[in-house]
Design a protein around this ligand. Structure first.
Ligand SMILES: *Cc1c(COP(=O)(O)O)cnc(C)c1O
Length: 649
């Protein structure tokens, strides 16, 4: 039943604030994203105090430079600001608790390996001696070449063979500060052997397998079953071996990583306590120690609900820094141990905000709801449905709607539709009459839904009604390429139109992407701690672009994306605020052409063209193809190979 208090008095005006509330922008937008007077998304790349860019204007200007959608816009100022916020949070916590030690961050390269991104982080991070974390040999090469600061750390994680270990040891002589973190028991032997052979030793770290409770998607990064790290008995064996090899003084770091996107700060606290105790014990065992590396996991509040749910986190950046500092301090103080330099490997927390994925809508499919013209001699059910429709339209005109009236009207419509179906089955209704009855039922539903305020909680019956009328918005995008986690792990990102936000969005819909895969869709949206399957969208205006932004996707999406259906990388640009006003484009990274993606699957674009040339020549000979048409075909093929894999409208 519809309760009277489910309804809000109707307002005729839709404001920017309504849009901000509807899309949760106030919750997840932080200081970076808001809505401007024009009803477009405004980006403040340096936070609130800095200048603001109109995202829609920016997109138009980029398109003017022939940078077609879909497009990834990277705001390097946001990257810098996030780095600053992280360091400020730790500085503040250290000051507040009078912690006698420092904080030193590293960026886990796996989070976003793009050269311009890592370079930018190294450049902006220099003032804090910000370093890098590598999880593979390829990432080690990136880290070695891009760190040019003797005070920055290079944390070497991941499984390591002899060459990985020797490279890290030798890099110390280049003036880098590599720390080899032992992730599995065998590695200690290889480190001892390499140090022996080279006559030089690395800084050594140990990754501990913690047994604290865990949660969330990456919950199994912790506990006895974890893939990485040493159990307590293994740690003890490792210490003994290092002592025997005279390398115990090089053991300086304890590392743990309890998984990405920690939703619940309570879990982090437990892990911190356990790790701090292990750190103290390692000191007692005679290791030099000096660093405690708390790994990654610092969460992003994708839906802004501040809850311990998968798309959120129940703590702020400052809470996180406070807990790390306070917990370690307490443990070290009570054990009279000097306080370690704290390291975090926060990836998601640094790069999520800075890139925005922009895509356009190619068209929509909606339930037909045109009102069929009145026929001569309509049957009773059809006439009844027409009356019901008129009645709903009349209710909608009133300033105060009585919900029970709406419910009643809808019940009537459903009954008449069922009547029509029964009559059809019994042969009393023609196919045409049945079609009219169905169309009128849709029209009733639509009239009903249009009268409802979209941003309020709706009674269940009416919400179902809205979903049956929802539309598919065809997105010029491959989610497998650009938002793979939405498919692979049901990750939620804020998605919303970047313009027309002064208008009330009157259509519920979801997005279907370009791939021929029924999984290729976006149909889970943030909903303040919950998930909704339909998003409030605007109706497409003929001849006008409808542009959508996916936000907070700067971490992991790019490299995890794949070539499903051979949709390639999108164009990407790096935008910086210009000193005076406006912005400048620091880098333009062109997306893949069709040639690129063909080559990625071992096809030879030239050979492919040649085969088709031969085929069209044969068709000309047989008289099946005109010469001018053959030329047109070859033109299309040649141009197409040079162009992006997406649709151009
Ligand atoms: C993935 C990973 C990180 C980064 O985690 P975020 O949740 O992105 O901060 C840090 N350290 C290690 C060892 C990792 O495997």
């Amino acid at each position: 039943m519809i309760q009277a208090n489910d309804f809000q008095p109707k307002r005729n005006t839709w404001t920017l604030q309504d849009s901000a509330v509807l899309y949760g922008l106030k919750n997840w937008g932080d200081d970076y994203f808001s809505i401007n007077e024009q009803g477009n998304i405004a980006v403040n790349p340096q936070g609130k105090q800095g200048a603001s860019l109109d995202l829609m204007d920016l997109v138009k200007e980029l398109e003017g430079r022939n940078l077609k959608l879909p497009l990834l816009i990277r705001f390097d100022d946001i990257l810098e600001d996030r780095l600053e916020k992280l360091h400020k949070a730790f500085e503040k916590a250290i000051k507040h608790y009078k912690y006698k030690g420092h904080y030193k961050g590293v960026f886990p390269v796996k989070c976003n390996q793009q050269r311009h991104v890592v370079e930018e982080l190294m450049r902006c991070g220099k003032r804090w001696n910000f370093g890098l974390e590598a999880g593979s040999k390829a990432e080690l090469l990136i880290a070695l070449s891009l760190i040019d600061n003797e005070k920055a750390l290079l944390i070497c994680n991941g499984y390591k063979d002899k060459r990985y270990i020797e490279t890290a040891i030798l890099a110390r002589q280049l003036g880098r500060q590599p720390v080899i973190v032992i992730e599995e028991p065998d590695e200690v032997e290889r480190i001892i052997a390499a140090s022996d052979e080279l006559g030089a030793s690395p800084i050594i770290g140990i990754r501990a397998k913690l047994s604290s409770r865990s949660s969330g998607r990456w919950g199994n990064s912790i506990g006895e079953q974890a893939k990485f790290g040493l159990s307590i008995p293994e740690i003890l064996t490792c210490v003994d071996k290092l002592r025997a090899a005279n390398l115990l003084t090089d053991l300086q770091l304890l590392h743990f990583h309890i998984g990405s996107q920690i939703n619940d700060i309570g879990i982090l606290k437990d892990a911190l306590q356990e790790a701090s105790q292990i750190y103290v014990e390692l000191n007692h065992l005679g290791a030099s120690m000096g660093y405690l590396d708390v790994g990654g996991g610092l969460g992003i509040d994708y839906d802004g609900s501040r809850t311990a749910t998968p798309a959120s986190a129940n703590y702020s950046l400052q809470n996180y820094a406070n807990d790390v500092v306070a917990t370690v301090q307490e443990c070290c103080e009570s054990n009279c141990i000097s306080m370690p330099t704290l390291i975090s490997e926060s990836g998601r927390a640094i790069v999520s905000h800075f890139s925005v994925l922009i895509f356009n809508i190619l068209g929509t499919s909606v339930v037909p709801s045109a009102i069929p013209p009145i026929q001569k001699e309509e049957c009773l059910t059809v006439r009844n449905l027409r009356d019901t429709l008129k009645y709903i339209q009349k209710i909608n005109k009133k300033s105060q709607v009585d919900p029970s009236e709406l419910q009643e009207a809808w019940n009537d419509a459903i009954k008449f539709k069922d009547d029509a179906l029964t009559a059809f089955r019994l042969g009393y209704l023609s196919l045409r009459e049945r079609a009219i009855a169905e169309q009128l039922t849709w029209a009733c539903a639509k009239a009903l839904v249009e009268g409802l305020p979209l941003n309020d909680f709706l009674p269940k019956e009416l919400h179902t009604l809205q979903s049956t009328l929802s539309a598919t918005y065809y997105a010029n995008l491959s989610i497998f390429r650009s938002a793979p986690d939405t498919w692979a792990i049901q990750q939620l990102f804020p998605v919303m139109p970047i313009h027309r936000l002064t208008e009330q969005p009157k259509q519920l819909g979801h997005f279907a992407d370009l791939t021929c895969d029924s999984d290729g869709k976006l149909s889970r949206f943030i909903d303040n701690g919950q998930v909704k399957s339909l998003l409030e969208l605007h109706k497409i205006k003929p001849g006008e672009k409808y542009v959508i932004g996916m936000f907070l996707g700067g971490a992991y999406q790019e490299v995890m994306g794949n070539l499903h259906n051979l949709f390639g990388r999108t164009n990407a640009v790096h935008v910086r605020l210009a000193p005076e006003s406006g912005y400048k484009l620091n880098h333009v990274v062109r997306g893949n052409t069709k040639s690129d993606v063909l080559e990625a699957t071992e096809h030879d674009p030239e050979l492919l063209l040649e085969k088709l040339r031969v085929a069209s020549e044969q068709a000309i000979q047989k008289g099946n193809l005109k010469i001018s048409d053959a030329r047109r075909l070859m033109d299309h093929l040649e141009t197409s190979l040079r162009q992006s894999t997406y649709l151009h409208k």
